[in-house]
Write a protein that binds this ligand. Structure first.
Ligand SMILES: NC(=O)C1=CN([C@@H]2O[C@H](COP(=O)(O)OP(=O)(O)OC[C@H]3O[C@@H](n4cnc5c(N)ncnc54)[C@H](O)[C@@H]3O)[C@@H](O)[C@H]2O)C=CC1
Ligand SMILES: O=C(O)C(=O)Cc1ccc(O)cc1
Length: 313
């Protein structure tokens, strides 16, 4: 366990309930413990194996097979399950929630999570969905990292009539975990993430599948001659199948919109290669190089730790 880090100006949460103790739930638990952000961390998971492992790792203070027991008296509840399970969790916790509690989540899709959860939650709680844009290709409680969110964005999608003090409290929590917070609508989030995360993951799954299906190239050749680009795709394509199945099924519209644009642009590139239009290729590659350099100038590539590789085990 890492030592406690002083976090100024954040009044600790009395009882933090984490529902789903996988990569993200465990990283929140470890990060909150390290920084003294919660007096009691209650953990629930429907997998007895993951719950037992969380207890072995000492991720929390109490462990519950049922989410309803974990949320009792909790002032902050964070749902950290695959997005397709959000509705089930909301239904399960609804009756146990304390009036005035903040209920949030970490799902990679927001519109569908709101549609699944909001109808079940009592009006007496503050529902403020969230998404830390940080992760790795690993899953389960062993994958948790206390500094996963440091210098990473966390997007919140508060409703228009959000209680401002509840919103500030949640922003304070994520900031104390080391994240930078930005608010936007759920719909906008889903479009932005479709292009920056969801479609890139789909491309990785597809190219690794295509390589695996190529009869003329053996699997050992793929492994042996993987140059940098392909290796990066294989890391992404090792991401959790349940989580990513749920992402695509729950962000259908935005993913299909972005895929349509992507396919058109790919066909244009195919044409340029077929007809030897080197200028077109050169112009695009020049434009994309500038985008990468812009990301580095923003400090998002050099300063943030590379958990993708560092966390490999
Ligand atoms: N993996 C990543 O890099 C990132 C994931 N996310 C989002 O975080 C959420 C969790 O992802 P991970 O932590 O990676 O997944 P994970 O697979 O590591 O953990 C999910 C946990 O939820 C539990 N669970 C599933 N259904 C449940 C239910 N109905 N009740 C209680 N527990 C249940 C599972 O047993 C498992 O322990 C997902 O919604 C994902 O979209 C967000 C940012 C990054
Ligand atoms: O491992 C990677 O490269 C990721 O992209 C991690 C990730 C996965 C899902 C998210 O919603 C946010 C971050």
């Amino acid at each position: 366990m890492n030592g406690t880090v002083e976090t100024k100006d954040f009044q600790p949460i009395e009882r933090l309930a984490i529902i789903g103790i996988g990569l993200i739930g465990a990283s929140i638990a470890l990060g909150a413990r390290k920084r003294g952000l919660a007096r009691h961390i209650a953990i629930a998971d429907r997998s007895p194996t993951n719950l037992a492992r969380a207890e072995e790792l000492g991720l929390g203070d109490s462990y519950h097979a049922g989410a309803d027991a974990a949320v009792k008296d909790a002032d902050l509840v964070i749902c950290c399950v695959p997005v397709g399970a959000s509705g089930d969790v909301a239904r399960e916790i609804a009756r146990g929630l304390m009036p005035g509690a903040i209920v949030s989540d970490v799902g990679s899709v927001k519109g569908s999570v709101v549609a699944q959860m909001a109808p079940h939650l009592p009006k007496s709680v503050h529902f403020i969905p969230g998404h830390p844009v940080a992760g790795t290709e690993f899953s389960g409680p062993d994958a948790g990292l206390p500094d996963l969110f440091v210098k990473r964005w966390c997007i919140l999608t508060p409703p228009d009539d959000v209680d401002e003090s509840a919103k500030e409290r949640l922003i304070g929590f994520w900031t104390a975990l080391g994240a930078m917070v930005e608010c936007m609508s759920a719909e906008h989030h889903d479009l932005v993430l479709a292009i920056t995360s969801h479609v890139p993951h789909l491309i990785a799954y597809n190219i690794v599948g295509t390589a695996d299906d190529l009869e003329a190239v053996t699997e050992s050749e793929v492994m042996k001659f993987s140059a940098g680009g392909f290796r990066d795709f294989t890391r992404i394509a090792a991401s959790d199948p349940t989580m990513w199945r749920d992402v695509f099924l729950n962000n259908r519209e935005a993913v299909i919109e972005v895929l349509g644009r992507f396919t058109e642009d790919l066909i244009a590139l195919q044409r340029a290669i077929r007809w030897g239009e080197g200028d077109k290729l050169f112009d695009l590659f020049t434009r994309t190089r500038a985008i990468r350099r812009g990301i580095i100038d923003l400090g998002q590539e050099t300063e943030a730790p590379d958990f993708g590789r560092g966390g490999e085990r």
